[in-house]
Ligand binder design. Structure first.
Ligand code: BGC
Length: 263
């Protein structure tokens, strides 16, 4: 219970609150999270992602989102690449200036030294889905994959995250998984869901052959149309659509910041 704040003076059970910021290609979204339910408390705030999305400009926008709430506690922030100890290691689909930058310290210094945790975007979504969403009843290893511009991945076992898996970059049949089956590939080529699902199936089979998860959760914008393509998948592990949709990043980032998960 690191982040207990009473909701009001008379409340007997203090509500555990967290704060998460989800950094996306078009918007930077933040909100206060009820850590017991995984629900947002009040509305989220969304500001446009600055262009070019350099580390400095993005850090300033993140700080602006946090200040809208007067939040002074620890906060979590997502980033679409590998992050270790706050330092960005990869930038597959974002400005290469991010590589090597200390995102944690940069964001923190825009917020007068506030405690910041930075984690991979899919890892955040995976944490949230496993605890509060589509994976909440799973007992074994859960793999979440996000399908968007690239493919993100998260591996969680009983609430513990194995951070920075990058299944979008494994080679499947001689081709990088995200070049084969990201949602952007389907858009670019004008593929039907049937055609795209064949490629997604290949990626899922490669992952299940390596680690036999109990459940796949599929997220990203295209998961809103999951009923049109999930039934076409031919791999053996059950696949379900993400349940939290556009709050998963915020909620998972808040979870990472409250340090009751490994990251
Ligand atoms: C990155 C991952 C990220 C995913 C989704 C991939 O290209 O390498 O780290 O999670 O895109 O944003």
């Amino acid at each position: 219970m690191t982040n207990a704040e009473p909701t009001n003076a008379s409340s007997e059970t203090p509500q555990r609150r967290g704060f998460g910021v989800d950094v996306g290609g078009s918007g930077i979204k933040g909100g206060i999270v009820d850590m017991d339910t995984g629900q947002l408390i009040g509305d989220r705030v969304k500001l446009p992602t600055p262009q070019p999305a350099t580390p400095k400009a993005v850090a300033k926008t993140i700080a602006a989102v946090v200040k809208e709430f007067d939040w002074t506690g620890p906060l979590g922030v997502t980033y679409p690449g590998v992050v270790t100890h706050g330092i960005v290691q990869t930038a597959a689909n974002v400005d290469k200036k991010w590589i090597g930058s200390n995102a944690r310290d940069m964001i923190s210094s825009e917020l007068s030294g506030q405690d910041v945790t930075v984690l991979n975007d899919a890892d955040a979504a995976g944490l949230a889905e496993e605890r509060y969403g589509a994976g909440r009843d799973a007992t074994g290893v859960v793999v979440l994959l996000t399908f968007g511009t690239g493919i993100g991945s998260a591996v969680i076992h009983n609430g513990i995250l194995l951070p920075n898996t990058e299944f979008g970059h494994i080679e499947v049949g001689g081709k990088e998984a995200e070049h084969r089956a990201a949602s952007s590939v389907r858009d670019r080529r004008g593929w039907s869901f049937k055609k795209w699902a064949k490629q997604v199936t290949k990626v899922l089979i490669a992952i299940e052959n390596a680690m036999s998860p109990e459940l796949f959760i599929v997220g990203g914008g295209v998961s809103r149309k999951a009923d049109q393509w999930v039934p076409l998948l031919k791999n053996r592990t059950p696949v379900v659509a993400a349940a939290l949709q556009n709050t998963a990043g915020i909620v998972g980032a808040a979870m990472a910041a409250t340090r009751d998960v490994t990251h």
